[in-house]
Design a binder for this molecule. Structure first.
Ligand code: NDP
Ligand code: MG
Length: 382
């Protein structure tokens, strides 16, 4: 079945794997967006001939325009270009593989235009989950998860009554520093934190995985995707990353989704649901899985996870605050401006600094995000 899709963040880790799925499924790619990587974007334009391409960096957009003059692709510029693409009506699905809260407005515009969204950009739901899920219901569009844990839960829920769910069990690989004490985390350099044991991903999510912030963001993402209260979500460390998450039902059955750690599997399912097709991903060799282990996460050392759960319980703008503080802190860490332990400090201090209520508009969410970032810069960059 042919499908028309656009990919926001096509030059990134999820973006390139989404294009691999589109290539394999023979989908029509109507539009692509990225921030500044015009070189890779040029190659993607030449292969997929999209109607539109947008780069948010204006210098890069200018460069790309010169390079693809001989093609039929119209090059757009800035966030307006991304929003034009996400709200373009003649498409089936917008894949949101942008990094960070920058993905929120494009998600909102896509849904408002009546487009289905396949969502990798978890920050969209963490910061603005209430708004986004209300809009999904109002517009009657499909919001399918790409994040592997959420795809696993989505798969384990198929054919079951959501009211008979006892709890969602999100698995965590534990990241490269699982088992270390706080003292042992001090002095970690970005080169060490950028090495994930099981997954190859963009820089920001790799850092988030090492601090367990990623698991905290996923906790909040799960609340919104599956309308679950925090008490019904648990996290277990499963270092092998073979079980991608589980659902426990009230009759005592626990359903798990297993597979090799390969994001093309959840990306494909998000686009083909409820159908399944052949995948080029490796087959899971059960005999090589000599052990599957499950442990309690160490939230005293990896405080980002505890802080996200606390933000989830407080609700309102708190998840947006911890997310914004973390995004700013990760950016500073990647620029060698702060140390590894400062990542934990930033999130913890931001959570406890603000006195906030609820929100009803995107503007309120983005304003809270801006305040959280400013707060983090003030702590570390004075
Ligand atoms: P990458 O950093 O690899 O890619 C991000 C993409 O977004 C790139 O195309 C980048 O363009 C573009 N981009 C970055 N910042 C902006 C901005 N401010 N405005 C517009 N475009 C921007 O990220 P990942 O692919 O790893 O992750 C994307 C999302 O998917 C994240 O939310 C992440 O948490 C989630 N995710 C990722 C997984 C993975 O395996 N990678 C797994 C599960 C979820 P350019 O290349 O030009 O900079
Ligand atoms: Mg994940």
């Amino acid at each position: 079945m042919n499908k028309t899709v656009s990919i926001l963040g096509s030059t990134g880790s999820i973006g390139t794997q989404s294009l691999a799925v589109c290539r394999k499924m023979g989908y029509t790619v109507v539009a692509l967006t990225a921030h500044s990587n015009w070189k890779l974007m040029e190659q993607q334009i030449r292969e997929f001939s999209p109607k539109f391409a947008a780069l948010t960096d204006s210098q890069a957009a200018w460069e790309l325009k010169q390079r693809v003059k001989d093609t039929d692709t119209t090059v757009l510029e800035g966030m307006e270009g991304v929003l034009k693409i996400s709200s373009y009506p003649h498409q089936d699905t917008v894949i949101n593989a942008l990094m960070g809260v920058a993905g929120l407005l494009p998600t909102v515009k896509a849904i408002e235009a009546g487009n289905n969204v396949a969502l990798a950009n978890k920050e969209t739901l963490v910061a603005g989950g209430k708004l986004v899920t209300e809009l999904v219901k109002k517009k009657g569009v499909l919001l399918t998860p790409i994040d592997s844990e959420h795809s696993a839960i989505f798969q384990c829920l198929q054919g079951n009554d959501i009211n008979s769910v006892k709890r969602l069990i999100i698995t965590a690989s534990g990241g490269p520093f699982y088992g270390r004490s706080r003292e042992e985390l001090a002095g970690i350099k970005k080169e060490q934190a950028l090495k994930h044991p099981n997954w190859s991903m963009g820089a920001k999510i790799t850092i988030d995985s090492s601090t367990l912030m990623n698991k905290g963001l996923e906790f909040i993402e799960a609340m919104w995707l599956f309308s679950m209260p925090p008490e019904k979500i648990d996290i277990v460390v499963h270092q092998q990353s073979i079980i991608h998450s589980m659902v426990e039902y009230r009759d005592g059955s626990v359903m798990a989704q297993m597979g090799v750690p390969d994001m093309t599997i959840p990306i494909q399912y998000a686009l083909t649901w409820p159908h399944r097709y052949e995948s080029p991903a490796k087959q899971l060799d059960l005999l090589s899985c000599t052990e599957l282990t499950f442990r309690k996460p160490d939230m005293e050392t990896f405080t980002c996870l505890a802080d996200c759960i606390e933000a989830a319980k407080r609700g309102g703008l708190y998840p947006c605050i911890v997310n914004g503080a973390n995004e700013e802190a990760v950016s500073l860490f990647l620029q060698d401006k702060i140390g590894y332990l400062d990542l934990f400090t930033a999130v913890h201090k931001a959570l406890n600094h603000f006195d906030l209520g609820d929100y009803s508009t995107v503007e309120e969410v983005l304003e809270a995000d801006r305040k959280a970032r400013e707060f983090v810069r003030e702590i570390f960059c004075k």
